[in-house]
Design a protein around this ligand. Structure first.
Ligand SMILES: NC(=O)c1ccc[n+]([C@@H]2O[C@H](COP(=O)([O-])OP(=O)(O)OC[C@H]3O[C@@H](n4cnc5c(N)ncnc54)[C@H](OP(=O)(O)O)[C@@H]3O)[C@@H](O)[C@H]2O)c1
Length: 207
């Protein structure tokens, strides 16, 4: 699959490596493609780079791995290309980093807020609860995998997100619709815990 990743930092870079290792094609969408090209080489030489809009057009699935406050700007650049596509949103609303936007974003769950900037895209909240070092260090481990809770509205996008979680060596669990993504937001009981699916289900009261 062609996966367009917006953000080549800690979480975007970590998932890029894992998905390339699973046989997917990865391209970073960057505001400064020249600078990101140099960075991408140190992440994985197989990763491509193009500007934000071109990467959105190219990708069959997209991942947002940017600070939440950058969503309006990135959304404006990618929304045409993202229309009708699954968009995994790994963003967190962190007040000290995102400022006043953080409080606004979590009112109805940050996934719904992000979806507001991507009309027609099928947004799935994914990967936001797991620390990148946990993903890098524990992916594909033996026994119970690290769990990745997902919230979304579109069946096909959710199924694809589940597949991409498995391809990264982790285990998905659906927790509900996008409006419930607040249960996964920064500071929630499952956030940054490295829980397994069993522990996530118990914590969130899912069957
Ligand atoms: N770190 C984690 O363990 C982790 C885990 C789960 C979720 N998250 C969430 O994932 C998101 C990214 O976190 P991170 O830790 O990976 O951050 P990071 O290492 O600081 O990387 C952020 C990336 O976003 C890009 N970016 C920033 N502002 C942008 C803008 N206005 N337009 C386009 N690109 C922009 C940066 O691009 P440039 O290279 O151009 O600066 C950089 O590649 C955050 O919402 C975070 O809360 C993080």
């Amino acid at each position: 699959m062609r996966i367009g990743i917006f953000g080549s930092g800690m979480i975007g870079g970590t998932l890029a490596r894992l998905w390339l290792g699973a046989g997917h094609e990865v391209r970073f969408g960057a505001r400064d493609p020249e600078r990101t090209r140099r960075k991408a080489r140190s992440i994985d030489a197989r990763a491509g780079v193009s500007d934000l809009a071109a990467t959105a057009e190219w990708g069959e699935a997209l991942l947002l791995a940017i600070p939440l406050h950058a969503t309006p700007e990135v959304g404006a650049a990618i929304s045409a290309g993202a229309r009708g596509k699954p968009v995994l949103d790994a963003g967190n609303a962190i007040p000290r980093r995102d400022g006043p936007v953080a409080a606004e974003a979590v009112q109805n769950g940050s996934g719904s807020w992000v979806a507001g900037y991507l009309p027609g895209a099928h947004v799935v909240k994914a990967f936001n609860t797991v620390y990148f070092k946990t993903i890098a260090g524990e992916a594909h481990r033996e026994g119970e995998k690290v769990g990745v809770p997902l919230a979304g509205n579109d069946e096909r996008a959710l199924a694809l997100a589940e597949q991409l979680v498995r391809d990264a060596g982790l285990e998905p669990v659906r927790i509900g619709r996008l409006a419930e993504s607040g249960r996964l937001d920064f500071g929630s009981p499952v956030w940054n815990t490295g829980m397994t699916v069993r522990e996530i289900k118990r914590t969130l009261g899912l069957t």
